[in-house]
Design a protein around this ligand. Structure first.
Ligand SMILES: Cc1cc2nc3c(=O)[nH]c(=O)nc-3n(C[C@H](O)[C@H](O)[C@H](O)COP(=O)(O)OP(=O)(O)OC[C@H]3O[C@@H](n4cnc5c(N)ncnc54)[C@H](O)[C@@H]3O)c2cc1C
Length: 457
């Protein structure tokens, strides 16, 4: 029987796990990755032999199949990671998830009283309101009240995603915004009342970071390198610096793809899995795609991220693995020593600050500006001392966060339906399905897309 050839667009964790599944099943699998390295978001940036991650990354899952697979592949190089988080606001550090006692102790009393009153009144209003919230602001106000909403969420969401919560799809707040323990506690009491008055069932919408946390002394890159090695051992091929630039579809079937590499050939395959940003993927098929699908692709936006990594001549710098900030150019900083990542020079650690931006704005275009601002803010916070800075680097990721603007589901559905009509094509992963997901879900998506494709071709 002729061995079927499959092309996978993207060498992130979704593409590699999809490839692993198919190569184990005997397919001839080729992963095309546009960059000169594998791993995508989890891959980290290697600079002067040190690993700077694209924001803090660790592996966790409650899915026993995925956990077993990763444990088998990575073996004893997996190390436990204990996640400690602080949030800085109103000149105080708070442990996260927030505790009611800490909030009561550290916030000014007049704010605490106002916050509790608005929390209780909004929650009681919710009991009798029988309407669905139209956007994320309404969801958060309903759960937290005006004061907690403004303190914890409003400006933070705007700075990370670039739009106000009132322009966000309501499900975003329900599913992705972690509850603070103060409000969870009161919510639990109030939900007993709510369910008596309401026919709706209240799901627990807390963002779950499930299971044990793992990394390696090479960061998440250590995990992804092992997945790639296992893929290659089972016959898979990875082509770096190979950007897929054009897709030719004929009669609901992908015929060939064009790859921007040295020899610019057209390649023929039996099946295809896309893991690149779905909006960009659609644009690669532009000659055959209906205009309304192109319009939908143009509607979907991703928030970009710029990272500033600083190598510090001290074994540990931060008081926790990562800290969220409200007032600075960056939203979050992590300290690699908490993750057990190795650095080339002993007794040094790496801080990475995360800056959200729009591709093309000043932050995206001006690396020096980002580096200067991050150093200035870290010095202002007394986190670092100038004499301990060994190296500073800026690096970026264009597709950081899918932005769940109001109305996005209609456009995403249009695209998914269109791709579903093409017989030998699947799309998967954080970028390929426009889903704000963690890496273990991306792995599951990779396996599932591969399974579906294997049956179809
Ligand atoms: C700041 C941050 C922190 C996170 N922390 C965690 C965490 O702690 N734990 C966790 O489990 N998850 C975390 N995540 C989520 C995790 O990073 C993602 O779920 C996962 O990496 C998605 O993998 P992917 O393969 O779907 O996408 P990506 O990693 O984006 O991979 C897509 C790949 O496709 C390539 N590509 C794009 N276009 C083309 C083209 N035309 N041709 C060829 N190749 C192309 C890209 O270069 C890239 O390598 C975090 C995400 C962010 C943004």
């Amino acid at each position: 029987m002729k061995i079927k050839k499959v092309a996978i667009i993207g060498g992130g964790v979704t593409g590699l796990t999809a490839g692993l599944y198919l190569s184990r099943k005997g397919f001839d699998v080729h992963v095309f990755e546009k960059k000169d390295r594998i791993g995508g978001l989890v891959g980290g940036k290697v600079i002067n032999s040190n690993i700077y991650e694209y924001g803090p990354h660790f592996f966790h899952t409650n899915n026993p199949k995925v956990l077993k697979e990763i444990k088998d592949i990575v073996g004893n190089e997996l190390i436990d990671f204990n996640r400690t988080i602080l949030v800085k606001f109103m000149d105080n550090y708070f442990t996260f998830p927030l505790s009611i006692f800490e909030v009561l102790k550290k916030l000014p009393k007049n704010i605490v009283i106002k916050a509790i009153l608005s929390f209780i009144s909004n929650n009681f209003k919710r009991i009798f309101k029988n309407k669905n919230e139209a956007n994320s602001e309404e969801v958060l106000l309903g759960f937290y009240g005006q004061v907690f909403y403004e303190l914890f969420f409003k400006s933070f969401i705007k700075s990370v995603w670039g739009i106000n919560p009132e322009k966000f799809f309501p499900e975003f707040a329900r599913q992705r915004i972690p509850k603070v323990s103060a409000t969870t506690f009161l919510n639990k009491i109030l939900s007993l009342v709510r369910v008596k008055f309401s026919k709706k069932s209240y799901k627990n919408f807390v963002e779950n970071v499930d299971g044990h946390h793992y990394t390696t002394n090479r960061g998440y890159l250590g995990i992804v390198e092992k997945i790639a090695a296992t893929f290659k051992n089972s016959g898979g091929k990875i082509h770096l610096k190979s950007e897929v630039s054009e897709i030719t579809v004929n009669n609901n079937w992908v015929e060939k793809i064009k790859i921007k590499s040295n020899n610019c050939n057209n390649y023929k395959f039996d099946g295809f899995i896309n893991t690149a940003a779905i909006s960009e993927f659609i644009k690669m098929m532009k000659s055959t795609v209906p205009n309304y699908i192109l319009d939908s692709a143009n509607f979907l936006e991703y928030r970009a991220l710029v990272f500033v990594g600083v190598l510090i001549n001290k074994p540990k710098v931060l008081p926790a693995a990562f800290i969220y900030f409200r007032k600075h150019i960056f939203n979050r900083v992590y300290d690699s020593s908490y993750f057990g990542h190795d650095t080339v020079t002993p007794d040094t650690t790496i801080l990475v600050a995360e800056i959200s931006c729009k591709a093309g704005d000043k932050r995206w275009n001006d690396e020096k500006y980002c580096k200067d601002m991050v150093i200035k803010d870290l010095l202002k916070e007394n986190i670092i001392d100038e004499k301990n800075i060994l190296e500073t680097h800026a690096y970026k990721y264009r597709y950081g966060y899918p932005i769940y603007k109001l109305g996005y589901e209609k456009h995403l559905n249009n695209i998914i339906k269109y791709i579903g009509s093409i017989g030998n094509l699947e799309t998967a992963g954080r970028q390929g399905l426009f889903q704000y997901i963690n890496s273990h879900i991306a792995m599951q998506m990779g396996f599932e897309a591969a399974e579906v494709l294997a049956d179809k071709i």
